[in-house]
Design a protein around this ligand. Structure first.
Ligand code: URP
Ligand code: ZN
Ligand code: ZN
Length: 478
């Protein structure tokens, strides 16, 4: 009997901390050995010339998510898993919904049922739109079930919460030991600008960006961090789009606050000008916050290098361009206000970050691993994920750093009929993906059984403990 189920031989192992020539031995779905040379095994993969990196951990994906209007996001757990594997990602955190006036429980039960079909390993963030006493009473059970993070939206009808509601969620999270993630944009400012734009006849998709300039995001980011400081509980600021927003996070970090920043490939590769395409085409690039000007990309890479931004997720939120279920769900002859926000990016995330980051010399391969696997796993308490180490889950992506690929929608393996990155030239590509020791993608062919993914229940973890610093020494959260 061979000692290992699988040996990855001859590659260069890259973790957040180290780069080493090593064989990787896998047994029972876990990394069992790292050595100069390992014996033959049940199966051996030749990784000569390849980077052997942890499978990507994408902690911000909207998959098969129920919306308040009754629609369900087009990518199912099966198609999203295929997309993840095609792009080198093996685990994701997606979103269980909650709607105003409704309890969490039944929607969460439905979401759990849907997620059983997953092929990648998944966990959930719990969206909270209505933190009533009754909803807050549900949270201990939800956290006990391993859903140890919440998302609040400071904007969007009908999801948005006011400051008092943000405080209630932060206080509940502190009590329960959960992380709050925040969509930071000023609801009133966007409403005001939108009305003014529409009154002036500015209705095309490109005006989406005009309705939410960076100051709208910067103000809300500052406010969210101030509220979190008041409660003394950590937060992660989601989808930071520009350096002036990141500067606020840098200031908060410098003051010792437990605040982490996430950005996404759309803020490193797309611009507001993409939304200025003829007719409805600009809808393909509409997401919130909006992509900014091209010069912003370099500034954002600077923020990444400084460690101000800790995570690069996809914010995968696919709406097909054609048909009536996606971008056109309210018709195609509508103003920017009525076009759903969000773009797909699960499969494109790692190739774009590697190509724009590592291949262009902006970050090291180790930083790439930190940003896309190790930090996301650490920050959300995904034990055993995001690294290659003895005893960790054997989630691995084999990466050809020299392979040149032109992105097309067919390569994305998702259920969405377009990619906003169509035609983008990429250097560096995942040639195989291994999830808990099973080869689930090789040379672009995804091979995994629906239902083979696991739910990742997240237990308590010390990183998100409060700092123990409250104003006047009075802790409002008893
Ligand atoms: O436009 C976006 N980002 N759509 C997804 C929902 C969200 O705000 O994360
Ligand atoms: Zn958001
Ligand atoms: Zn999102």
């Amino acid at each position: 009997m061979s000692e290992f189920d699988l040996v990855i031989r001859g590659g260069t192992v890259v973790t957040a901390a180290d780069t080493m020539r090593a064989d990787v031995g896998i047994r029972g779905g876990k990394v069992a050995a790292l050595a100069d040379s390992l014996p033959e095994s049940g199966r051996t993969i030749d990784a000569a010339g390849l980077l052997v990196m942890p499978g990507g951990v994408d902690t911000h994906c909207h998959i098969e998510q129920l919306e308040a209007n009754g629609s369900v996001h087009e990518d199912s757990f099966v198609t999203a898993s295929a997309s993840a594997f095609a792009g080198g990602t093996t685990s994701a955190i997606c979103f269980s919904s909650q709607f105003k006036g409704h309890p969490i429980g039944p929607t969460l039960d439905d979401y759990r049922r849907r997620a059983r079909a997953s092929m990648m390993d998944v966990s959930f963030h719990q969206i909270i739109t209505d933190p009533t006493d009754a909803v807050l009473k549900e949270l201990p059970g939800i956290v006990a079930a391993g859903i140890r993070s919440f998302k609040v939206f400071m904007t969007y009808d009908p999801l948005h919460v006011n400051d008092a509601e943000v405080l209630r969620v932060l206080a509940a999270a502190k009590k329960l030991g959960a992380m709050v993630t925040v969509h930071c944009e000023n609801y009133a400012a966007i409403g005001f600008l939108t009305e003014a734009l529409l009154a002036a006849g500015h209705t095309a998709p490109k005006y989406h960006a005009w309705s939410r300039p960076p100051v709208v995001e910067r103000e809300a980011t500052y406010r969210a961090m101030a509220l979190a400081e008041l409660i003394d509980t950590p937060i992660q600021v989601f989808h930071v789009s520009s350096a002036e927003v990141a500067e606020e996070i840098a200031r908060a970090k410098a003051r010792g606050l437990k605040v982490w920043g996430e950005t996404c490939p759309q803020y490193l590769a797309l611009t507001a000008a993409h939304m200025d395409r003829p007719g409805f085409e600009g809808a393909k690039f509409m997401c919130s916050p909006a992509p900014r000007e091209e010069a912003e990309h370099e500034r954002m890479w600077g923020m990444i290098r400084r460690g101000v931004l800790d995570v690069i997720s996809s914010d995968h939120c696919g709406f097909s361009y054609e048909g009536s279920a996606g971008k056109g769900q309210n018709g195609r002859d509508v103003t920017f206000r009525d076009i759903p926000n969000g773009i797909p990016g699960l499969a494109a995330r790692l190739p774009i970050v590697f190509s724009e980051g590592v291949s262009k010399g902006r970050i090291t391969a180790n930083e790439f691993v930190s940003l896309t696997a190790t930090n996301p796993a650490k920050l959300f308490g995904l034990a055993g994920k995001g690294t290659i180490a003895i005893g960790a889950d054997a989630d691995v992506t084999l990466w050809d750093p020299a392979k040149q690929v032109t992105l097309t929608n067919a390569l994305m393996h998702h259920a969405i009929d377009y990619t906003p990155y169509e035609g983008m030239a990429i250097t560096g590509w995942p040639v195989a993906t291994i999830r808990r020791g099973e080869v689930v993608m090789q040379d672009g062919k995804v091979q995994a059984a629906p239902g083979s993914g696991r739910f990742l229940a997240r237990g308590p973890y010390p990183l998100i403990a409060p700092r123990g610093i409250v104003a006047n020494g009075f802790d409002p959260v008893s």
